[in-house]
Design a binder for this molecule. Structure first.
Ligand code: ADP
Ligand code: ASP
Ligand code: MG
Length: 406
């Protein structure tokens, strides 16, 4: 089998961990497989690099940021290749550029456009274990890009798809995908399998165990994915196509996201084109708007619009919005960063009712006020005050009986 193994930051967090990862890679290869490895930077390294940059400038240039950030993954890739060689097998580390991971030029959140992968294919033919630095690519003008936080998951899925791998194993610091973050709710249950769509919702709603775009990639290419721990040999969770069994479960997970901020524009003109003008201005800067709520205007003249953006983009979004207040006739703009989004997810919601009501009731019972609500076919999300996040996740997990599930 051709197996792509991705190891996250904690899994390569120190020299002992890197040696342990090398052992697993060597064992898998010796069992008759071809292994291709993708690594993240050592735990904490990316944050450290970001704070170095913000120590130099509050608004560091994004091109320079990418060259800086890509170095974290290069370090762990080289160290792992050395460790594998030390254990007697051939190995070579590669940067995103050497693998031919071509991206667009949106620095710090680039999208992969193509992977040539020639050197990796040659290495596999020569029984050399390639260790690829995750999280990075290169533009058509040879500038280094990074793929957004958690982007090594995307590198792994994209390389697995390009090589038509038989399996993509994502090794992390928990045993698999749980009904909610097991570090917050100890009763959370590990799932044997989860559908691509549910995983996509969980990820996009904040469960950082897999990066959202990586799941989109896996779904698009029907990639067999398993998420498991690099600390033990427990079986993990398979991410698979939806099957009939899954619809019987109404709610399969709870997610939270503390990385969003809420912007409210007050008393904008209630007429065609106003929302278009506002969100076009924001979209042009590649800021991803998540929830949008527009009130019904009581007098037919003015209304409030609230929306959420990633916290990292909130100041930029705020000044953009302030810049067009006159144009859209708004009275004012406010920013709140002390918010969190809590979401209840399940494909069974398509055929069952009452999930939203139960969610609102549970939050109310614990005195948690809801600021924004959004729903899709398979999820309900509420924006609440950030200080209630853990409480909300725990009581919702309990209310939907997730801890009791096998
Ligand atoms: P890595 O460094 O291996 O990429 P991450 O920190 O990005 O690891 O992702 C793993 C973390 O995701 C876990 O430690 C856990 O706290 C968090 N997490 C959030 N939601 C879930 C969930 N539903 N199932 C498992 N882990 C989750
Ligand atoms: N090192 C990057 C980050 O911390 C990418 C990754 O770990 O997947 O976001
Ligand atoms: Mg991650």
């Amino acid at each position: 089998m051709l197996i792509v193994q991705k190891y996250g930051g904690t899994s390569v967090g120190n020299i002992e961990r890197i040696k342990a990862v090398a052992e697993r890679v060597v064992k898998t290869q010796k069992n008759g497989n071809h292994v291709v490895v993708i690594v993240s930077a050592m735990a904490g390294e990316t944050d450290k690099l970001i704070s170095l940059a913000t120590g130099v400038s509050l608004n560091p240039d994004v091109r320079e940021m990418d060259l800086l950030l890509s170095s974290g993954e290069r370090i762990s890739a080289a160290l792992l290749a050395i460790a594998i060689r030390e254990q007697g097998l051939k190995s070579m580390s590669f940067t995103g550029r050497q693998v031919g991971i071509l991206t667009d030029s949106v620095h710090t959140k680039a999208k992969i456009e193509k992977i040539t992968g020639e050197r990796v294919k040659r290495a596999i033919e020569d029984d050399i274990i390639p260790v690829i630095a995750g999280f990075q690519g290169i533009t058509d003008t040879s500038d280094v890009t990074t793929l957004g936080r958690g982007g090594s998951d995307l590198s792994a899925m994209a390389v697995a798809a390009a090589l038509k791998a038989d399996l993509c194993e994502i090794y992390t610091d928990v045993d698999g995908i749980y009904t909610t973050d097991p570090n917050i709710v100890h009763e959370a249950k590990k799932l044997d399998k989860i559908s691509y769509d549910e995983m996509l919702e969980l990820a996009s709603l904040g469960a950082k165990v897999l990066q959202t775009r990586s799941v989109e990639f896996a779904k698009k290419y029907d990639l067999p994915v398993v998420v498991r721990s690099s600390f033990n040999d427990n079986p993990g969770t398979f991410v698979v196509k939806e099957d009939k069994e899954m619809e019987k479960v109404v709610v399969s997970g709870i997610a939270y996201d503390k990385n969003q901020a809420k912007i409210t524009v007050t008393a904008v003109h209630d007429r065609p084109g106003v929302a278009a003008k506002l969100f076009q201005a924001i979209a042009r800067t590649n800021i991803v708007v998540d929830m949008i709520v527009q009130n019904v205007s009581s007098d037919g003249k003015a209304t409030d619009i609230s929306f959420t953006v990633p916290k990292t983009d909130s100041n930029k979004a705020l000044s953009l919005t302030e810049g067009i207040t006159a144009e859209i006739g708004a009275k004012g703009v406010t920013l709140r960063e002390d918010i969190a989004k809590v979401s209840v997810i399940g494909v069974g919601m398509r055929t069952h009712s009452g999930v939203a009501a139960k969610m609102f009731e549970t939050l109310a019972m614990h005195g948690i006020n809801i600021m924004m609500i959004s729903t899709s076919e398979i999820k309900v999300s509420c924006v609440i005050e950030a200080k209630y996040t853990e409480l909300a996740v725990r009581v919702l997990h309990d209310a939907f009986g997730l801890g009791e599930k096998q």
